[in-house]
Ligand binder design. Structure first.
Ligand SMILES: [Zn+2]
Length: 443
């Protein structure tokens, strides 16, 4: 693994291999982090007076400064005034999309060449990591083939900086349900996801995507394909069950895009482990999900962004129906006892602004502590990564960030990321204690 450090070149922040930096420490030096306070991802708040020792790519110890001693070879990083916490996790990204107010989804799928989309994605991944998101689950390339598999390899090989990636490749849709739509019926048009027309095809596509590198299987359980463009279930319960059976047989899980109560019900009965969006879900739907341990990704930031692109001024104007309904359904979810993922659907909005989901989780009814716990240990558990990520605990991977302020009482602190470490490698350091966000870190 190549190690990278930040440097400043011509006013732009760049990340270069540590070997190019004369003052860089040996890769094997332990690192002692001395923040003002630590939120471990699990507890009921942050604690002062703790230091964290990193050895290689793992957290070695957490304790009081007097209990933890280090040798002369250790590198000490002071993080005064900052809260150290686990790297944030976003369970719903599209790194191959860029915001819809820059180019519509149709235009991105139909008019942007693959090379251009991959070039953009490399920038998105860097922005995301520097914003403190050290793990992403990317839920579909939206017409960009298997590019996510290559991007994941590039990050792992140290070719480009980026978060850890869990990928789904093309994702799966029912034939005729997805887009782009509206062309002459004689034309076969490229689709934003891979189509399956029956249960056998669905099973075949699941196996095929696994063979090409999918870590999760993403299925659109409903979409806007009703006679009047309304949202309708895209697969039968039996079709979904067959897909889940094959995916689970391989040790992978199925996540569905679903908004309608009927599609969610079918998906849960079919054995999926995660429902994303859920905008139309009822109290009964959430109760069913909670009783089966199906985790819920609310994607609040996507709906918020799309509504704002249509002219809504959040804060200055009252909630339009779509936002009011989402607020109401989120309250039902909170009351149901269902477990949440931090799932933003970033790509619809600007990469590196993934914190918007955390802000909205609080705005819609969570406490800051609940939101930041969701984005760390909660999402790690929901993605079955709790043995390696999501907490500041000895033995876990050293994915750690530090923010200005205490996110367990003020969620806006997650916008003020000053330090980023992934797998023991430092990607961002505070600039002499001053605000480093601008101008050397434009978003
Ligand atoms: Zn999405």
């Amino acid at each position: 693994m190549r190690r990278f450090v930040l440097t400043s070149l011509l006013g732009l922040t760049a990340i270069v291999p540590a070997s190019a930096q004369s003052a860089s420490p040996a890769a094997s030096s332990p690192i002692l982090l001395r923040p003002a306070r630590v939120f471990d991802g699990v507890s009921d708040g942050s604690r002062e007076g703790l230091v964290v020792l990193i050895d290689g790519d793992r957290i070695k110890a957490i304790g009081s400064a007097t209990d933890i001693t280090v040798g002369k070879d250790a590198r000490i990083i002071d993080l005064p005034g900052l809260t150290l916490l686990p790297g944030l996790i976003d369970a719903h990204s599209h790194v191959l999309l860029h915001p819809y107010n820059e180019a519509s989804w149709d235009d991105q799928v139909l008019h942007e060449p693959l090379g251009m989309r991959v070039a953009r994605a490399t920038v998105h991944l860097r922005q995301t990591l520097l914003a403190g998101f050290t793990t992403l689950r990317d839920l579909g390339t939206e017409g960009a083939g298997y590019a996510d598999v290559g991007l994941k390899r590039a990050v792992e090989a140290g070719v480009i900086p980026g978060p850890r990636l869990l990928v789904t490749t093309r994702a799966i849709v029912g034939k005729g349900s997805y887009g782009p739509k509206g062309f002459v019926p004689e034309m076969d048009i490229i689709q934003g996801a891979e189509e399956a027309g029956n249960a056998d095809e669905l099973v075949k596509v699941v196996r095929d995507q696994i063979s090409r590198g999918a870590d999760w299987i993403k299925v659109y359980a409903d979409y806007r394909w009703g006679p009047n463009g309304e949202t309708r279930p895209a697969f039968t319960q039996e079709e979904l069950r067959r897909a889940v059976e094959v995916a689970e047989s391989s040790g992978r899980h199925v996540v569905v895009h679903a908004s309608s109560p009927e599609a969610i019900r079918r998906a849960v009965e079919a054995g999926v482990v995660n429902v994303e969006h859920g905008d139309g879900a009822t109290a009964e739907t959430f109760a069913l999900m909670a009783s089966r341990g199906v985790v819920f990704g609310p994607t609040l930031a996507a709906g918020d962004a799309v509504t704002r692109y249509r002219g809504w001024r959040r804060g200055a104007e009252s909630d339009p129906p779509r936002i009011a309904e989402k607020r109401a359904s989120f309250k039902l979810a909170l009351a149901s006892g269902v477990s949440f993922l931090n799932s933003s659907d970033v790509g619809v909005f600007t990469h590196g602004e993934n914190y918007r989901e955390l802000e909205l989780l609080v705005d819609y009814g969570m406490t800051p502590l609940q939101a930041v716990r969701t984005a760390t240990s909660g999402t790690a558990r929901g993605l079955h990564l709790q043995e390696s990520l999501g907490a500041v605990k000895p033995g876990l991977l050293a994915d750690l960030i530090a923010v200005d302020g205490d996110p367990t009482s003020d969620i806006t602190a997650t916008q003020r990321v000053r330090f980023v470490m992934k797998g023991g490698t430092v990607f961002r350091v505070p600039a002499d204690g001053a605000n480093p966000r601008t101008p050397d870190h434009p978003r």
